[in-house]
Design a protein around this ligand. Structure first.
Ligand code: BGC
Length: 427
């Protein structure tokens, strides 16, 4: 079956992971702390800030018709209330480049990184962040809204609760065998070095206090309290209202990180509780959104005693989680049970060195999307993570999620076979 006309086959990136020199952001500051938990700093990353044209061309030449990227808040508003018009112009050019290449830009306003000043004010646990985010969203929309059809307000808005859960588990497991601790790290869908973070904790407090004015900065990717969890979604709602007031036709949604939560006999209540926490309890905040961005990488299984490690003998990715492309179809089906709006797969991918495994992953994941479409589930597009090998947060550049390889010394781009393979679905 071919995908319907207008179905997006695209690839995704996030500003901080590819652009380089995001110097006013909280991540940049944390990467440079003397006892940083980052494997390496982001530095010039993939220099996408200057090479976006080449990158978007490669995407388009391979047949892809959508590019999901993020606008960097720390560039647009490097100081509280001071907006940088030059940075708006930069993103205007990126959007124009997409249009020239017949590629639909799907823009994310907040993909994990925030300006340092926001974190100094209390970050993602502070009530004032709702208004700050609303004002930033309104500013970007006022300037660029006329050129956009799709906006994701916040990337993986549920990440904070997942981190809270995993850090509870990690603390427990770290007291046990080191090998088990490693498998706990592999259960979050983002590059985190929990072991290193734990070791660094005694130094981190003082170093953070110096940069952020608080020993425990509440960056977006921090363990969230239940109040902070709700605050993130209230910020989404405020931003959405601001966007709609300016451009009612822009399709607005949020994206969520979702595991395929599977129950083995006796594990049903654990799987249900995990799914409630990852997805269902957010429904009141997102029910009326134009679309939901679904981001999935793997499954988690639950038995009578709770979450299970990866099955014996399972193929693991570089991120230490299971290679399991079937998870996407299962997640789309489960989401559709409760959320009847459009779905866009805003991220799905795999960190592997052997690109033929990525081709296999895409083949099986897209077969699942096709089955969903055949059953009438309104999936409007699929954006693969990621367009290019990039900065996988705390894990640095070692994780290769890209459809395009990037030489770290020369910044030379080399498309992998998987890029053309993905593109073949759009033709
Ligand atoms: C994030 C990306 C990240 C990817 C792979 C998602 O959690 O949105 O920024 O690189 O997963 O871990």
């Amino acid at each position: 079956m071919a995908f319907p006309n207008g179905f997006f086959i695209g690839a995704a990136t996030a500003a901080h992971q590819v652009e380089g020199h995001n110097i006013h952001s909280d991540y940049w500051a944390q990467e440079l702390l003397p006892h940083s938990s980052f494997t390496e700093p982001s530095g010039e990353a993939c220099d996408h800030y200057h090479r976006y044209e080449e990158d978007i061309k490669l995407l388009a030449e391979a047949g892809l018709n959508a590019y999901r990227f993020s606008i960097e808040w720390a560039r647009i508003e490097p100081e509280e209330g001071k907006f940088d018009e030059n940075e708006i112009e930069h993103y205007r050019k990126v959007i124009a480049c997409c249009r020239r290449n017949h590629v639909e830009p799907i823009v994310t306003l907040m993909h994990f990184t925030s300006p340092v000043w926001l974190i100094r004010k209390g970050g993602w646990e502070a009530e004032s962040t709702i208004e700050d985010f609303r004002r930033y969203a309104a500013y970007v929309t006022e300037k660029l809204g006329g050129e956009l059809k799709y906006i994701c307000t916040i990337n993986e808005a549920n990440m904070g609760l997942q981190l809270a859960a995993i850090s509870r588990r990690f603390t427990l497991m770290a007291q046990q065998a080191a090998a088990k601790a490693k498998s706990a790290e592999g259960s979050v869908q983002v590059g985190m070095n929990f072991e290193k973070m734990m070791e660094n904790m005694k130094y981190a407090a003082a170093e953070n206090a110096e940069v952020f004015g608080t020993p425990q900065p509440q960056i977006f990717v921090s363990s969230r309290t239940p109040e902070g969890d709700a605050l993130v979604f209230r910020a989404h709602q405020a931003a959405k209202a601001a966007i709609k007031a300016l451009y009612p036709n822009i399709q607005v949604g949020i994206t969520l990180s979702m595991h395929d939560c599977q129950a083995l006999p006796g594990g049903e209540s654990f799987a249900e509780a995990a799914w409630d926490e990852e997805f269902r309890h957010y429904l009141p905040f997102i029910q009326d959104d134009d679309f939901l961005g679904v981001q999935n990488y793997t499954r988690t299984q639950y038995g009578p005693a709770g979450q299970l490690p990866c099955p014996e003998g399972a193929e693991l990715t570089q991120m230490d989680y299971e290679f399991y492309p079937e998870a996407l179809e299962n997640v789309l089906r489960k989401v559709h049970e409760d959320f009847k709006g459009d779905l866009i797969v805003t991220e799905n991918g795999v960190a592997v060195s052997d690109d033929s495994r990525r081709v296999e992953f895409i083949r099986r994941a897209l077969a699942g999307v096709e089955r969903c479409l055949a059953d009438g589930i309104p999936v409007k597009g699929y954006c693969h993570w990621s367009l290019m090998d990039n900065f996988e947060w705390q894990k640095g550049f070692g994780m290769t999620f890209g459809l395009i390889a990037v030489d770290r010394g020369t910044q030379k781009r080399t498309p992998k076979e998987s890029l053309a393979f993905l593109g073949s679905y759009a033709q």
